[in-house]
Ligand binder design. Structure first.
Ligand SMILES: NC(=O)c1ccc[n+]([C@@H]2O[C@H](COP(=O)([O-])OP(=O)(O)OC[C@H]3O[C@@H](n4cnc5c(N)ncnc54)[C@H](OP(=O)(O)O)[C@@H]3O)[C@@H](O)[C@H]2O)c1
Length: 390
């Protein structure tokens, strides 16, 4: 049966890779809706090529410009957060790729979960902010959740019953979450102080959007992924170990009680996990080049250094505190990354800002999405007031 696909965040790196995989299988997938924040010409071009029924811009002005650009087409242009929720939960949609960056992706992902869709979850911030509520919505709504983050996709692939929550009964001892170490793996503390946005945006192995690229350089990305793994696989923090593996060939591993360690390997290309999520349980051609082990030559492993990269420790702390702590961590991090990219703070100020916001806010048990959105807003306003000490 032809599957209708909504791509939330279509103009981003994950969105474009998803369209690339879909284009290879026109007999299986049709693009139903494409969404973006404000990049009108990019979305207009994608709409002309893929002819979705709906296109959504978050921004009203941008939506009006897109309407003008697509007035000779059949694509209907919608606007705002409600429209994002609408195309994520529409009765005719089978698959939702959740690839908006940051906390903005939460509400449409929750809408897709309530509506029982197959959700390809790239937006890790949804699980960091609202892991318990999102997992409940997936279960209640009868949705199928497939992790797209390459590490979690790898873990999912090597779990025995190939399902979430395998830690409970699958003989799993530990999850070994691999990390490239980012561009500053070998940098000294003094060198880290002088890092520029251009240097931090230059990831050694992966081509990604700016926010996740900076998160990879600070190791916050790995911290967010630890929290993501906790919710996806029902894994306590002590069963998740971060392993720095600079080649990014092993995308993660699972260790079993009998001593076996299963790894999923491949070139660092997001089309592999995307194709896995789209086709599951079948395998689809993703257009990814074959892994050349002779070219790779060797696989190295190191322990992460949380003294030089405190963001990883902060994420473990937030997971241990529980409740609203991960939502506070996430909001403060988004503000810090934005400020760093705009030249407002230094690279080493990022963890300091986050820690200061985390220490200044009261942690509460999570009870609703509305509460989390309020906590997110408060943490952002605290983060925006933070200034580096001289
Ligand atoms: N890239 C990767 O390899 C990778 C790997 C694993 C997980 N992820 C996760 O996947 C998500 C997307 O990452 P990415 O690298 O594809 O990001 P990206 O390239 O920056 O793309 C982000 C997308 O989200 C849209 N967007 C941004 N802010 C929005 C808002 N407030 N409301 C609605 N839409 C908004 C953007 O629209 P405009 O273009 O109009 O700004 C764009 O379409 C992130 O959560 C990231 O952590 C990415």
């Amino acid at each position: 049966m032809l599957q209708n696909v909504t791509i939330l965040g279509a103009t981003g790196t994950i969105g474009l890779n998803t369209l690339d995989v879909i284009s290879r299988h026109p007999e299986r997938y049709r693009v139903f809706a494409l969404t973006a924040h404000s990049r009108v010409s990019e979305l207009a071009e994608l709409c002309r090529r893929y002819q979705p029924r709906y296109a959504v811009m978050l921004d009203t002005d941008a939506a009006e410009r897109l309407r003008q650009a697509l007035r000779d087409t059949d694509t209907q242009v919608l606007e705002g957060i409600e429209a994002l929720e609408q195309v994520a939960s529409h009765v005719d949609v089978n698959v939702v790729m959740a690839a908006i960056v940051g906390a903005a992706g939460l509400k449409p992902a929750i809408a897709a979960a309530h509506a029982g869709k197959r959700i390809l979850l790239a937006n890790k911030e949804t699980l960091v902010m609202a892991g318990s509520l999102f997992m409940q919505a997936v279960e209640k709504g009868g949705a199928t959740l497939l992790p797209i983050d390459s590490e979690h996709n790898a873990i999912f692939q090597v779990m025995p019953a190939r399902r979430l929550s395998a830690l409970q009964d699958g003989g799993v001892k530990r999850i070994l979450l691999t990390a490239s170490g980012g561009p500053f793996r070998k940098a000294s503390v003094d060198e880290l102080k002088a890092v520029t946005p251009a240097q931090a945006l230059n990831h050694p192995n992966w081509v990604m959007g700016p926010k996740i690229t900076i998160d990879s350089a600070t190791l916050m990305n790995k911290g967010l992924e630890v929290i993501e793994a906790h919710w996806l696989f029902n894994a306590p923090a002590e069963k998740i170990e971060v392993v720095v593996h600079p080649q990014s060939v092993i995308h993660s591993m699972v260790e079993y009680v009998d001593g076996s360690v299963l790894a999923q390997m491949g070139n660092p290309d997001m089309r592999t996990p995307i194709a896995y999520g789209l086709g599951y349980p079948e395998r689809l051609d993703a257009g990814v080049s074959a892994l050349d082990l002779f070219q790779v030559g060797r696989l190295d492993f190191e322990a992460p250094d949380t003294a030089r990269f405190p963001c990883l420790r902060l994420a473990f702390d937030a997971l241990a505190q529980g409740g609203t702590a991960p939502a506070i961590l996430n909001a403060a991090n988004e503000v810090a990354v934005d400020a760093f990219l705009k030249g407002g703070i230094g690279f080493q100020d990022i963890p300091q800002l986050i820690e200061s916001v985390m220490n200044s806010m009261h942690i509460e048990p999570v009870n609703s999405i509305a509460q989390l959105i309020g906590v997110d807003a408060l943490a952002r306003s605290q983060a925006m007031q933070w200034r580096p000490s001289c």
